[in-house]
Design a protein around this ligand. Structure first.
Ligand code: ZN
Ligand code: ZN
Length: 276
């Protein structure tokens, strides 16, 4: 669509229309702020691959003056289901059909719904301070977070990373790592002592290798690799291996159970199934 041309036809409202689209879910067409006061939606472009798989649309190419720009919480979940199924080599189908977005017009339903919404908002918000910039500081935000009930905290933590850009994720990942470095160092002597002879090593329930090891590290790796529930022996072994390598980064002389076995060549000699 020719933006300049369209703007000339409906001078006052095309930009309003586009502004409204920034809060509309690409799948259901609903306003994410209305669906949940807490949700500001998440850019649909983050789910481009899933939306292509589910609906055969390319959200990266479509016109921002016509289509909703975000996904509501339940349609993010739909995309996540698709993603998880795909990771397991399965195809996930949905019976949910996509909302039919129409270009802005004189009788545009998107714009009239948005006007109603804003009138309602203005009615409930205090008149003064409406145009005041937010004075919220990071410590206010931390205090508010600490005041949340556990369930809300968990929900916040699940959703928050989706609103971060790459640099912000980078900062968060680094500082999360910092919170675990001491715990990993403390865990090193414990794991090394667990396997100080071969008999002990072979008698150990292999399912338990990861139990007691740094859970934050394990969950981070699971998230990165889309591992979900670790059911197979092979995946559990790889996860244990990565965990151990990180421990080695933390402490140069650390020899964990897997490196210990590999040093003794048990792994090769007995075949992976028996020894691992
Ligand atoms: Zn939706
Ligand atoms: Zn409109």
């Amino acid at each position: 669509m020719d933006l300049a041309h369209a703007e000339a036809e409906h001078p006052a409202t095309l930009s309003q229309h586009m502004h409204a689209l920034e809060s509309l879910c690409r799948v259901c067409g609903k306003n994410v702020k209305v669906l949940s006061g807490k949700d500001t939606g998440c850019s649909k472009t983050k789910y481009a691959e899933e939306l292509h798989g589910l609906y055969n649309v390319d959200v990266l190419q479509e016109d921002p003056s016509i289509f909703g720009q975000v996904l509501c919480a339940s349609h993010r979940q739909l995309c996540t289901k698709f993603r998880d199924a795909k990771a397991r080599g399965k195809i996930y189908y949905t019976s949910v059909s996509m909302y039919q977005f129409e270009p802005h017009s004189e009788t545009c339903s998107i714009c009239s719904a948005d006007v109603k919404l804003h009138k309602k908002r203005r009615h409930y918000s205090p008149r003064h301070g409406e145009d005041k910039p937010s004075q919220l500081t990071s410590s206010d935000l931390i205090q508010q977070y600490q005041a949340l009930p556990t369930v809300e905290r968990k929900l916040f933590l699940e959703q928050f990373p989706q609103f971060l850009d790459e640099r912000e994720c980078e900062t968060l990942a680094y500082h999360l790592g910092c919170t675990q470095q001491e715990a990993i160092l403390q865990d090193i002597p414990r794991t090394a002592a667990m396997y100080n002879d071969i008999e002990q090593l072979l008698s150990v329930d292999k399912k338990n290798w990861l139990v007691g090891r740094n859970i934050v590290l394990q969950e981070f790796i699971k998230g990165l690799s889309n591992l979900g529930v670790v059911e197979s022996q092979r995946k559990r072994f790889i996860l244990a291996q990565i965990t151990e390598q990180v421990y080695r980064l933390r402490h140069a002389h650390y020899v964990g159970p897997i490196s210990f076995m590999q040093m003794l060549n048990i792994y090769k000699a007995t075949g992976s199934k028996q020894a691992v």
